[in-house]
Design a binder for this molecule. Structure first.
Ligand code: G3H
Ligand code: ZN
Length: 287
C-alpha cells in the first residue's frame, strides 16, 4: 500500500539520513526503483513530473501500475508516490488519482500567492492523509520543462511557508537540475543552516541530487536535509548501458532485439545507481 511520506521523512530527519526520491518514466524504471528499495530494506519515494505523467498516459495509469507492482512484487518497504514540481492543478489531479504525496512548486509566484495556494493544499492534503512538499527560492537549470533561476531561498520566507503545516520544504540553496557546470560554486551551506534554524522540525528537501559530491550530500543531511531528489543520474546510467548494449551489436544476436532484452542493461544500470544513492543517503536498512 502506498504511504504518505510524512513518517519516513520524520524518521530520516531524526536518524540523520535521507530518503531518496527517484523519478520514474516507465514500467522498467518503476520496477527497478521498487525492487532496489525492497532488496535494500529502504524506504523510497517515486517521483513523477507532470511531463512524465503525460508520457505514462496520465496519473491514474501510474497509480494503477504502481499499486499493481506493490502487490505482485511483494514490496513491503514504505513507498510514497509523489508528484514532482507540480502545478496547483496538477496537485489536485494527483490527489484525485490516488497519489500518496504531492509537491506544489509555487516558487515562481510572489511569496503571498505561494502562501495562499500552499495553504489551500495543506488543508486538502491534511484531510486526506497525503504528504505535501512546498518550494521557496528556486532550483537552477531545467527539469522536464520546469526552468529555475537558481535564486537562493530567503530564510524568513521559508519560515512563512513551513509554518503553514507542510510535510517537507524544498529550498533553493545553489542546487541545480541536471549536470552541474564546471564552475559551480557548490551548495550554499550558510543559507541551508539559516533555513534550518528558521523552519524547525520540517524535513528539508534537496533537489538536483545528480552529481553533488559525497561530502556535500553528507553535510546537507547533517544540516537537516531528509529527502534528496535524483532524476538525471538514472537517465544517464540507463542511456549509457543501453547505448553500450546496442553498440556492441548484441541486439543483432540471440533475439537481442526483444524489448525485454534490449531494456535489461538499462534496467540493471538504474538499479545500480539507485543502490549507490541509497548507500550514500544512509537509507539502507531503515524501512
Ligand atoms: O525534482 C527532481 C530533481 O530535483 C532531480 O534533479 O535531475 O538533477 O537529479 P536531477
Ligand atoms: Zn527538482
Amino acid at each position: 500500500m502506498l504511504v504518505s511520506a510524512q513518517e519516513m521523512l520524520n524518521k530520516a530527519r531524526d536518524g540523520k539520513y535521507a530518503v531518496g526520491q527517484f523519478n520514474i518514466n516507465n514500467l522498467e524504471w518503476t520496477k527497478a526503483v521498487l525492487l532496489t528499495a525492497q532488496e535494500n530494506n529502504s524506504p523510497v519515494i517515486l517521483g513523477v513530473s507532470e511531463g512524465a505523467g503525460k508520457y505514462m498516459c496520465g496519473y491514474k495509469t501510474i497509480v494503477g501500475m504502481v499499486n499493481g507492482m506493490l502487490e505482485e512484487l511483494n514490496i513491503t518497504v514504505p513507498v510514497a508516490l509523489h508528484l514532482d514540481h507540480g502545478s496547483y492543478e496538477g496537485a489536485l489531479k494527483c490527489i484525485e488519482a490516488g497519489f500518496s504525496s504531492v509537491m506544489f512548486d509555487g516558487s515562481h509566484y510572489p511569496i503571498a500567492e505561494n502562501i495562499e495556494k500552499t495553504t489551500e493544499l495543506v488543508n486538502l492534503t491534511n484531510s486526506k492523509g497525503i504528504s505535501l512538499e512546498a518550494e521557496v527560492g528556486s532550483i537552477g537549470g531545467e527539469e522536464d520543462g520546469v526552468v529555475g533561476t537558481g535564486e537562493v531561498a530567503d530564510a524568513a520566507e521559508c519560515k512563512q511557508i513551513a509554518d503553514l503545516g507542510i510535510t517537507m520544504l524544498a529550498a533553493g540553496i545553489g542546487n541545480i537540475h541536471g549536470k552541474y557546470p564546471e564552475n559551480w560554486k557548490g551548495l550554499a551551506f550558510d543559507a541551508l543552516a539559516a533555513i534550518k534554524a528558521a523552519t524547525g522540525d520540517v524535513p528539508l528537501v534537496l533537489h538536483g541530487g545528480t552529481g553533488i559530491p559525497e561530502e556535500m550530500i553528507k553535510k546537507a543531511i547533517s544540516l537537516g536535509v531528509a529527502k534528496i531528489n535524483v532524476n538525471t543520474e538514472c537517465q544517464l546510467s540507463f542511456a549509457e548501458a543501453t547505448r553500450q548494449y546496442i553498440e556492441a551489436g548484441k541486439d543483432q544476436q540471440g533475439k537481442g532485439f526483444d524489448p525485454r532484452k534490449l531494456l535489461a542493461p538499462g534496467f540493471e544500470a538504474i538499479k545500480a545507481t539507485v543502490k549507490e544513492k541509497m548507500e550514500l543517503f544512509g537509507s539502507i536498512g531503515k524501512a
